[in-house]
Write a protein that binds this ligand. Sequence first.
Ligand code: VAH
Length: 314
Amino acid sequence: KILVTGALGQIGSELVTKLRETYGKDNVIGTDIKKREDHNDADGPFEIVDVTDYDRLFEVSKEYEVDTIMHLAALLSAKAEAIPKKAWDLNMGGLVNALEVARELDLQFFTPSSIGAFGPNTPKDDTPQDTIQRPTTMYGVNKVAGELLCDYYFARFGVDTRGVRFPGLISYVTPPGGGTTDYSVEIYYEAVKNKAYISYIGEGTFMDMMYMPDALNAIIQLMEADGSKLVHRNAFNISAISAEPEDFAKAIQKYIPEFKLDYDVDPVRQEIAESWPNRIDSSAATEEWGFKAEYDLDKMTKDMLAQVEAKFQK
Ligand code: VAH
């Protein structure tokens, strides 16, 4: 049985659905700080949990007799820069609580890191699995500290912790909240609605990206991998696409020829984006647990546009 925190977020909402399809709906307990208005108990168990409340997280994990925690509750990069102390309290307070529950109840543990765990003096192209990590954002500090904390709980207490450094994730079910890479989701919605988009990330700014189906498959594949074969644990570089705004525009124009991309750069998010790599090297994940992305930019764009158009038809 798996408990997911941040179950209403961009990743969590789709991860819960995918896990329920894979392992059975009653074996996946979604938790978040609030319930959706249209929550339906028939979809599977859901509990209100604030991850900064250790006792509540422990109580729910024990009550449902889970054997795995997938901890996704966090503030993303741009939001964390706006309220850094709150980001520290949630991102680190929530993580250490989840790790403590995993230690107390001997649970397998997953939490994502991010390309945001790298900083300006990290090699930007083919960024190695093991390299310098001196991020210049509160989010990045949280992610590096989180990686080290998860490795500590494995080395010191034997908790089976595993994680991936996610690139920007593109999805059509739940919008991202407060990320730097969110432009890569907005551009598809605006393309369908207005055949135009004004990007807050500047031309020529490359970042790693991935379609949500690949991200969900990676989580399940990593968690089901033979632990004795893992050289690394927290956290694996994984990416599918390295792209700048013009690349998204060209891919969209194959379906919407009149699509127009303009720029109104947001200095805060531009600075964050420029501190991150252009393209990371995923070879350790491929070698150690068979990571392989299915969606490149064209295949993602085709599906994303179709799915977003379908949403607008409803
Ligand atoms: C963000 N989407 O922009 C998240 C992610 C790699 C980016 O961490 O903050």
